[in-house]
Ligand binder design. Structure first.
Ligand code: PMP
Length: 431
C-alpha cells in the first residue's frame, strides 16, 4: 500500500505512528512486503503505537505537552520517579560510572551487583539470587538452561510471552494447560513426567493468581520443578511484599517448612515494576544459581546491568520493605475501584482478583481502542491491550493502580468509565 492509503485508513488518526513512514524514504518497492503486513495490522486495529513521554513515570505523566492521569504502568509502589532512587543512582554513578563494560563472566560483575543479589536473596528467603538484565532474559535463560530436546515443559496458557519464548528456545516440547486449571494440568501429566511446570504468579494481563498450592503438589508428585514468574506479585502482595507465595502462605518463611524453595524451587522477580528500576533476578538454591551462571546463554552473552542501577535498586528494595503503607494504599485504591466498578455494572476481567491489575474487557480490538481514546480525550491514559498480547476476542483496557494514585484519581477514572462509548456503563453506538 501507498502511504496515502494509510493516511485514509479510518483507523489511522488514532493508530498511525507519529514518525514518518520509513517505507516512503527507502526507495520504491523496498520492504513492500513489510508495508503490506503493517497495513493489515492497522486495518485489523492491531497496530501498536509508541507514545513518547516527556518526564518521569508516575500517577501523572506528560504526553504531547499534556498532563495525563495514568493507569497503565507497572510502577505499583510509586517508586519509578522517587527522588531517593534518583539520588542513589546519581551517587552510585559517581562511584561506579555508567556502563558495566561487559558481561558478568568477563569483567562486568561488580560489588554493587553482588550486594543487590544478596539483598534480593534475603528478601525472598532463598540461599541465592542471580541478576539478569531483564525479566524477559531471565525467563529465556532459566528455561533454556534447565530443559532441552526430548523433555516436556507444561505451562499455563496465559503465561507471559517470555515464558513461551523461553520454552521454544530450550528445544523442549511446550504443552499448555487451560488457564489456572490444575485438572487440565493433571490431564497433561497422564502422558508422562515433565521437566518443568511454569506459571505466572499474578497473570500480567488478567491480574488473577495461579493456583500455586495445587501446582506445587502436582509438581512434587511428578518430580518436576515448578517455576514461578512473580513479576507482578513481588513487592505488591503479602504483608512484607514477598509476593504471591507470601500472599498464599506458601513462602515457607513464616510457616516453617511447608512451601518455599521445596514447593517452588525457581522464583523469578523483575525490578522494573514494583521496585521501580530495571532488571530481574532468579532466586533459588546454590546449585540452581551456579547452573544458570554456567549454562544460561541470556546470562552469559549479554552486558551486565549498570552497577549504579543495582545500587539504586538496593534503595528501592529497602523502601519497598519498609514502607508498608504503599501496599496498604494500593489495596485500598483497588478495593475502591472494584466497589465503584461493581456499582456501575462494569465487566471486570475476573471477579475475584484483588491485585492492582484490573482488566476491563472490551472484546473487540476496535472497541478497546475507542475506550482508550475516549479516556485520553478526557485526560486519562489507559492503553488498550489487544491480540496477540491477549487472546482473540478479549481486547481490553488493562487498568493498573499505583500507590502514587489518590482516591480522587480513582473516582475520576470511574466517572469516565461510566460514560464509555459503546461499552459497559455507556451508550451503545458505532465505533
Ligand atoms: N514476566 C512477566 C509476567 C511480565 O509481565 C514481564 C514484563 N511485562 C516480564 C516477565 C518481562 O520483564 P522485563 O520487562 O524485565 O523484561
Amino acid at each position: 500500500p501507498e502511504a496515502a492509503d494509510l493516511a485514509t485508513d479510518p483507523g489511522a488518526g488514532w493508530d498511525t505512528p507519529t514518525s514518518p513512514d520509513p517505507g516512503s524514504r527507502s526507495g520504491a518497492g523496498a520492504d513492500a512486503d513489510l508495508a503490506t503486513d503493517l497495513h493489515q495490522l492497522r486495518e485489523r486495529r492491531l497496530y501498536r503505537r509508541r507514545r513518547t513521554l516527556q518526564g518521569p513515570q508516575g500517577a501523572h505523566v506528560r504526553l504531547d505537552g499534556r498532563d495525563l492521569l495514568s493507569f497503565c504502568s507497572n510502577d505499583y509502589l510509586g517508586l519509578a520517579g522517587h527522588p531517593e532512587l534518583a539520588r542513589a543512582l546519581q551517587d552510585a554513578s559517581r562511584r561506579y560510572g555508567v556502563g558495566s563494560g561487559s558481561a558478568h563472566l568477563v569483567i562486568g560483575h561488580s560489588e554493587a551487583h553482588q550486594r543487590l543479589e544478596q539483598a534480593l536473596a534475603d528478601f525472598v528467603g532463598r540461599p541465592r539470587a542471580l541478576l539478569f538484565s531483564t525479566g524477559y532474559m531471565a525467563n529465556l535463560g532459566v528455561l533454556q538452561a534447565l530443559a532441552g530436546r526430548g523433555q516436556r515443559i507444561l505451562a499455563d496458557r496465559l503465561n507471559h510471552a517470555s515464558l513461551t519464548d523461553g520454552a521454544r528456545l530450550s528445544g523442549a516440547r511446550l504443552l499448555r494447560y487451560a488457564h489456572g486449571d490444575p485438572q487440565d494440568l493433571q490431564r497433561l501429566l497422564d502422558d508422562g513426567d515433565p521437566r518443568l511446570i511454569v506459571t505466572d504468579g499474578v497473570f500480567s494481563m488478567d491480574g488473577d493468581l495461579a493456583p500455586l498450592r495445587q501446582l506445587a503438589a502436582l509438581a512434587r508428585a511428578r518430580g518436576a520443578r515448578l517455576m514461578l514468574d512473580d513479576a507482578h506479585g513481588l513487592g505488591v502482595l503479602g504483608a512484607q511484599g514477598r509476593g504471591t507465595l507470601e500472599h498464599l502462605g506458601l513462602d515457607g518463611i513464616d510457616s516453617g517448612t511447608d512451601g518455599g524453595i521445596d514447593a517452588v524451587p525457581i522464583l523469578i522477580g523483575t525490578l522494573g515494576k514494583a521496585f521501580g528500576t530495571f532488571g530481574a533476578f532468579v532466586a533459588g538454591s546454590d546449585a540452581l544459581i551456579e547452573t544458570l551462571i554456567q549454562r544460561a546463554r541470556p546470562y552469559i552473552y549479554t552486558t551486565a546491568l549498570p552497577p549504579a542501577l543495582a545500587e539504586a535498586t538496593c534503595v528501592a528494595l529497602d523502601i519497598a520493605r519498609r514502607e508498608h503503607w504503599r501496599r496498604q494504599r494500593l489495596r485500598a485504591l483497588t478495593a475502591r475501584f472494584r466497589a465503584g466498578a461493581a456499582e456501575l455494572g462494569l465487566e471486570l476481567g475476573l471477579a475475584d482478583a484483588h491485585t492492582p491489575i484490573q482488566p476491563l474487557i472490551a472484546g473487540d480490538a476496535g472497541r478497546a481502542l475507542a475506550w482508550s481514546r475516549h479516556l485520553e480525550q478526557h485526560g486519562v491514559l489507559v492503553t488498550a491491550i489487544r491480540p496477540p498480547t491477549v487472546p482473540q476476542g478479549t481486547a481490553r483496557l488493562r487498568i493498573t493502580f499505583s500507590a502514587a494514585h489518590t482516591e480522587a484519581d480513582v473516582d475520576r477514572l470511574l466517572s469516565l468509565l461510566a460514560q464509555l462509548p459503546s461499552g459497559p456503563g455507556g451508550k451503545t453506538g458505532d465505533i
